[in-house]
Design a protein around this ligand. Sequence first.
Ligand code: CLR
Length: 264
Amino acid sequence: HDLMGIHPYNALEDPYSLYPHSLRNIDELCASIVRSHRETSQYRVEELPALRWKVFGREEIQAYQSKSVDEMWQHCAIRLTDAVQYVVEFAKHIPGFRMLSQNDQIALLKTGSMEVVLVRMSRFFNTENSTVFFDGKFAGTEVFKSLACSDLITAVFDFAHGMCALKLTEQQIALFSALVLINADRPCLEDRGRVQRVQRNVELGLTHILQRDNQESLMQKLYQRMAVLRSLCSLHMEKLRWFSQRYPLTAHSLFPPLYKELFA
Ligand code: CLR
Protein backbone atom coordinates (compact mmCIF):
# COMPACT_ATOMS: atom_id res chain seq x y z
CA HIS A 1 0.00 0.00 0.00
CA ASP A 2 0.95 3.59 -0.51
CA LEU A 3 2.64 5.49 2.29
CA MET A 4 3.43 8.63 0.33
CA GLY A 5 1.30 10.55 2.82
CA ILE A 6 4.03 10.41 5.45
CA HIS A 7 6.22 13.44 5.82
CA PRO A 8 8.98 14.45 8.20
CA TYR A 9 7.82 15.98 11.43
CA ASN A 10 7.68 19.72 11.02
CA ALA A 11 6.96 21.79 14.12
CA LEU A 12 5.88 24.77 12.01
CA GLU A 13 3.14 22.79 10.33
CA ASP A 14 2.22 21.12 13.57
CA PRO A 15 1.15 23.61 16.24
CA TYR A 16 -0.82 20.91 18.08
CA SER A 17 2.17 18.68 18.52
CA LEU A 18 1.20 15.72 16.39
CA TYR A 19 4.53 14.10 17.13
CA PRO A 20 3.12 10.68 18.15
CA HIS A 21 1.14 10.63 14.92
CA SER A 22 4.14 11.34 12.71
CA LEU A 23 6.23 8.88 14.71
CA ARG A 24 3.73 6.14 13.96
CA ASN A 25 4.13 6.92 10.28
CA ILE A 26 7.89 6.59 10.52
CA ASP A 27 7.37 3.23 12.20
CA GLU A 28 5.14 2.24 9.30
CA LEU A 29 7.70 3.40 6.76
CA CYS A 30 10.45 1.40 8.50
CA ALA A 31 8.27 -1.68 8.85
CA SER A 32 7.40 -1.53 5.19
CA ILE A 33 11.05 -1.23 4.08
CA VAL A 34 12.13 -4.01 6.44
CA ARG A 35 9.36 -6.28 5.17
CA SER A 36 10.30 -5.60 1.59
CA HIS A 37 13.97 -6.28 2.35
CA ARG A 38 13.08 -9.57 4.01
CA GLU A 39 10.85 -10.68 1.15
CA THR A 40 13.46 -9.95 -1.51
CA SER A 41 16.64 -11.05 0.23
CA GLN A 42 17.02 -14.48 -1.44
CA TYR A 43 18.18 -16.15 1.79
CA ARG A 44 17.12 -15.43 5.33
CA VAL A 45 19.97 -14.53 7.68
CA GLU A 46 19.20 -17.50 9.87
CA GLU A 47 19.79 -19.93 7.00
CA LEU A 48 23.26 -18.72 6.09
CA PRO A 49 25.44 -19.80 9.03
CA ALA A 50 24.23 -23.36 8.44
CA LEU A 51 25.67 -23.23 4.92
CA ARG A 52 29.14 -22.06 5.95
CA TRP A 53 30.66 -25.51 5.84
CA LYS A 54 29.97 -25.62 2.10
CA VAL A 55 33.22 -24.28 0.71
CA PHE A 56 34.55 -24.86 -2.80
CA GLY A 57 37.24 -27.53 -2.95
CA ARG A 58 40.47 -27.56 -4.94
CA GLU A 59 39.06 -29.12 -8.11
CA GLU A 60 36.01 -26.88 -8.13
CA ILE A 61 38.20 -23.80 -7.79
CA GLN A 62 40.39 -25.07 -10.62
CA ALA A 63 37.32 -25.56 -12.79
CA TYR A 64 36.38 -21.88 -12.29
CA GLN A 65 39.96 -20.80 -12.91
CA SER A 66 40.19 -22.68 -16.17
CA LYS A 67 37.11 -20.99 -17.60
CA SER A 68 37.89 -18.45 -20.30
CA VAL A 69 37.59 -14.75 -19.45
CA ASP A 70 34.36 -14.30 -21.39
CA GLU A 71 32.84 -17.54 -20.06
CA MET A 72 33.44 -16.47 -16.45
CA TRP A 73 32.20 -12.92 -17.11
CA GLN A 74 29.02 -14.25 -18.61
CA HIS A 75 28.55 -16.59 -15.67
CA CYS A 76 29.04 -13.81 -13.10
CA ALA A 77 26.89 -11.38 -15.08
CA ILE A 78 24.03 -13.88 -14.86
CA ARG A 79 24.47 -14.35 -11.09
CA LEU A 80 24.74 -10.61 -10.60
CA THR A 81 21.64 -9.93 -12.68
CA ASP A 82 19.75 -12.43 -10.60
CA ALA A 83 20.69 -10.51 -7.47
CA VAL A 84 19.85 -7.18 -9.16
CA GLN A 85 16.38 -8.46 -10.01
CA TYR A 86 15.66 -8.94 -6.30
CA VAL A 87 16.92 -5.40 -5.64
CA VAL A 88 14.52 -4.04 -8.28
CA GLU A 89 11.70 -5.85 -6.49
CA PHE A 90 12.90 -4.34 -3.19
CA ALA A 91 12.98 -0.83 -4.70
CA LYS A 92 9.42 -1.11 -5.99
CA HIS A 93 8.19 -1.56 -2.43
CA ILE A 94 10.02 1.38 -0.90
CA PRO A 95 7.21 3.79 -0.04
CA GLY A 96 7.33 6.58 -2.59
CA PHE A 97 9.49 4.85 -5.20
CA ARG A 98 6.62 3.94 -7.49
CA MET A 99 5.38 7.53 -7.38
CA LEU A 100 8.53 8.65 -9.17
CA SER A 101 8.54 8.90 -12.96
CA GLN A 102 9.63 5.79 -14.78
CA ASN A 103 12.71 7.64 -16.00
CA ASP A 104 13.73 8.53 -12.45
CA GLN A 105 13.09 5.01 -11.20
CA ILE A 106 15.42 3.68 -13.90
CA ALA A 107 18.01 6.38 -13.22
CA LEU A 108 18.08 5.42 -9.52
CA LEU A 109 18.33 1.72 -10.31
CA LYS A 110 21.11 2.25 -12.86
CA THR A 111 23.37 3.80 -10.26
CA GLY A 112 22.04 2.19 -7.10
CA SER A 113 21.15 -1.44 -7.79
CA MET A 114 24.75 -2.66 -7.97
CA GLU A 115 25.54 -0.72 -4.80
CA VAL A 116 22.68 -2.44 -2.97
CA VAL A 117 23.88 -5.84 -4.23
CA LEU A 118 27.24 -5.05 -2.63
CA VAL A 119 25.57 -4.01 0.62
CA ARG A 120 23.62 -7.25 0.55
CA MET A 121 26.81 -9.19 -0.13
CA SER A 122 27.85 -8.62 3.50
CA ARG A 123 25.00 -10.91 4.56
CA PHE A 124 26.50 -13.63 2.37
CA PHE A 125 30.07 -13.09 3.51
CA ASN A 126 32.08 -15.17 5.93
CA THR A 127 34.79 -12.95 7.45
CA GLU A 128 36.52 -15.92 9.07
CA ASN A 129 37.80 -17.23 5.75
CA SER A 130 36.96 -14.29 3.44
CA THR A 131 34.48 -16.15 1.30
CA VAL A 132 31.18 -15.20 -0.30
CA PHE A 133 28.20 -17.41 -1.05
CA PHE A 134 28.27 -17.86 -4.81
CA ASP A 135 26.84 -20.68 -6.95
CA GLY A 136 25.73 -22.65 -3.90
CA LYS A 137 28.99 -22.63 -1.94
CA PHE A 138 31.39 -20.23 -0.28
CA ALA A 139 34.02 -18.84 -2.64
CA GLY A 140 37.25 -16.92 -2.00
CA THR A 141 38.77 -14.34 -4.36
CA GLU A 142 40.75 -17.06 -6.20
CA VAL A 143 37.48 -18.43 -7.62
CA PHE A 144 37.10 -15.20 -9.63
CA LYS A 145 40.63 -15.24 -11.03
CA SER A 146 39.62 -15.76 -14.67
CA LEU A 147 37.56 -12.54 -14.67
CA ALA A 148 40.96 -10.84 -14.95
CA CYS A 149 39.96 -7.96 -12.67
CA SER A 150 41.53 -8.86 -9.35
CA ASP A 151 41.63 -5.20 -8.24
CA LEU A 152 37.82 -5.02 -8.41
CA ILE A 153 37.39 -8.38 -6.68
CA THR A 154 39.83 -7.43 -3.91
CA ALA A 155 38.07 -4.10 -3.40
CA VAL A 156 34.65 -5.78 -3.28
CA PHE A 157 35.85 -8.33 -0.71
CA ASP A 158 37.46 -5.56 1.38
CA PHE A 159 34.18 -3.68 1.30
CA ALA A 160 32.32 -6.78 2.53
CA HIS A 161 34.79 -7.06 5.43
CA GLY A 162 34.18 -3.43 6.32
CA MET A 163 30.41 -3.82 6.18
CA CYS A 164 30.51 -6.95 8.35
CA ALA A 165 32.61 -5.09 10.93
CA LEU A 166 29.68 -2.69 11.45
CA LYS A 167 27.55 -5.66 12.58
CA LEU A 168 24.33 -4.18 11.24
CA THR A 169 20.98 -5.70 12.11
CA GLU A 170 18.65 -6.79 9.29
CA GLN A 171 16.54 -3.69 9.92
CA GLN A 172 19.56 -1.42 9.68
CA ILE A 173 20.65 -3.14 6.45
CA ALA A 174 17.15 -2.69 5.03
CA LEU A 175 16.99 1.05 5.76
CA PHE A 176 20.57 1.60 4.63
CA SER A 177 19.85 -0.22 1.34
CA ALA A 178 16.83 2.00 0.77
CA LEU A 179 18.91 5.10 1.43
CA VAL A 180 21.58 3.92 -1.03
CA LEU A 181 18.88 3.61 -3.72
CA ILE A 182 16.89 6.76 -3.07
CA ASN A 183 19.58 9.36 -3.62
CA ALA A 184 18.63 12.75 -5.04
CA ASP A 185 22.26 13.44 -6.04
CA ARG A 186 22.26 10.81 -8.79
CA PRO A 187 22.75 12.07 -12.34
CA CYS A 188 19.94 12.36 -14.92
CA LEU A 189 17.00 12.85 -12.54
CA GLU A 190 13.96 14.68 -13.94
CA ASP A 191 12.25 15.54 -10.68
CA ARG A 192 15.03 15.89 -8.12
CA GLY A 193 12.66 17.54 -5.64
CA ARG A 194 10.39 14.55 -5.50
CA VAL A 195 13.33 12.16 -5.05
CA GLN A 196 14.58 14.44 -2.29
CA ARG A 197 11.29 14.17 -0.42
CA VAL A 198 11.36 10.37 -0.57
CA GLN A 199 15.02 10.42 0.46
CA ARG A 200 14.25 12.58 3.50
CA ASN A 201 11.65 10.10 4.68
CA VAL A 202 14.05 7.19 4.34
CA GLU A 203 16.76 9.17 6.14
CA LEU A 204 14.30 9.87 8.92
CA GLY A 205 13.51 6.17 9.10
CA LEU A 206 17.18 5.19 9.36
CA THR A 207 17.84 7.86 12.01
CA HIS A 208 14.81 6.62 13.92
CA ILE A 209 16.01 3.02 13.88
CA LEU A 210 19.56 3.96 14.90
CA GLN A 211 18.22 6.08 17.77
CA ARG A 212 16.03 3.25 18.94
CA ASP A 213 19.05 0.88 18.79
CA ASN A 214 21.22 3.43 20.60
CA GLN A 215 23.70 3.41 17.71
CA GLU A 216 23.47 6.94 16.37
CA SER A 217 27.23 6.99 15.77
CA LEU A 218 26.69 4.46 12.95
CA MET A 219 25.14 7.14 10.72
CA GLN A 220 28.47 8.77 9.97
CA LYS A 221 30.11 5.40 9.23
CA LEU A 222 27.27 4.51 6.87
CA TYR A 223 27.76 7.74 4.92
CA GLN A 224 31.45 6.84 4.61
CA ARG A 225 30.49 3.42 3.27
CA MET A 226 28.31 5.13 0.64
CA ALA A 227 31.35 6.97 -0.71
CA VAL A 228 33.25 3.67 -1.01
CA LEU A 229 30.26 2.12 -2.79
CA ARG A 230 30.33 4.86 -5.43
CA SER A 231 33.98 4.20 -6.19
CA LEU A 232 33.40 0.44 -6.37
CA CYS A 233 30.60 0.89 -8.86
CA SER A 234 32.60 3.16 -11.10
CA LEU A 235 35.33 0.50 -11.03
CA HIS A 236 32.70 -2.08 -12.04
CA MET A 237 31.61 0.14 -14.96
CA GLU A 238 35.22 0.66 -15.99
CA LYS A 239 35.81 -3.12 -16.02
CA LEU A 240 32.62 -3.67 -17.97
CA ARG A 241 33.72 -1.16 -20.64
CA TRP A 242 37.11 -2.89 -20.84
CA PHE A 243 35.41 -6.26 -21.21
CA SER A 244 32.89 -5.10 -23.83
CA GLN A 245 35.71 -3.73 -25.92
CA ARG A 246 37.64 -6.98 -25.83
CA TYR A 247 34.64 -9.31 -26.11
CA PRO A 248 31.94 -7.31 -27.89
CA LEU A 249 30.04 -10.39 -28.99
CA THR A 250 29.70 -11.90 -25.51
CA ALA A 251 28.80 -8.53 -24.03
CA HIS A 252 26.29 -7.87 -26.75
CA SER A 253 24.56 -11.20 -27.22
CA LEU A 254 25.26 -13.35 -24.17
CA PHE A 255 24.84 -10.94 -21.26
CA PRO A 256 21.41 -10.86 -19.61
CA PRO A 257 19.26 -8.04 -21.08
CA LEU A 258 18.73 -6.47 -17.64
CA TYR A 259 22.47 -6.35 -17.02
CA LYS A 260 22.97 -4.55 -20.35
CA GLU A 261 20.04 -2.22 -19.73
CA LEU A 262 21.26 -1.14 -16.33
CA PHE A 263 25.00 -1.04 -16.79
CA ALA A 264 25.85 -0.78 -20.48
C1 CLR B 1 25.18 -10.52 -3.30
C2 CLR B 1 23.92 -10.69 -2.46
C3 CLR B 1 22.83 -11.30 -3.29
C4 CLR B 1 23.29 -12.68 -3.74
C5 CLR B 1 24.53 -12.54 -4.57
C6 CLR B 1 24.54 -13.06 -5.79
C7 CLR B 1 25.66 -12.95 -6.73
C8 CLR B 1 26.98 -12.51 -6.09
C9 CLR B 1 26.68 -11.37 -5.10
C10 CLR B 1 25.70 -11.80 -3.98
C11 CLR B 1 27.97 -10.75 -4.55
C12 CLR B 1 28.96 -10.34 -5.65
C13 CLR B 1 29.28 -11.50 -6.58
C14 CLR B 1 27.93 -11.97 -7.15
C15 CLR B 1 28.30 -12.87 -8.31
C16 CLR B 1 29.58 -12.29 -8.87
C17 CLR B 1 29.99 -11.14 -7.92
C18 CLR B 1 30.03 -12.60 -5.84
C19 CLR B 1 26.35 -12.69 -2.92
C20 CLR B 1 31.52 -10.96 -7.91
C21 CLR B 1 31.96 -9.80 -7.05
C22 CLR B 1 32.10 -10.80 -9.34
C23 CLR B 1 31.66 -9.54 -10.09
C24 CLR B 1 32.01 -9.72 -11.55
C25 CLR B 1 31.52 -8.62 -12.47
C26 CLR B 1 32.68 -7.78 -12.88
C27 CLR B 1 30.85 -9.21 -13.69
O1 CLR B 1 21.61 -11.33 -2.60
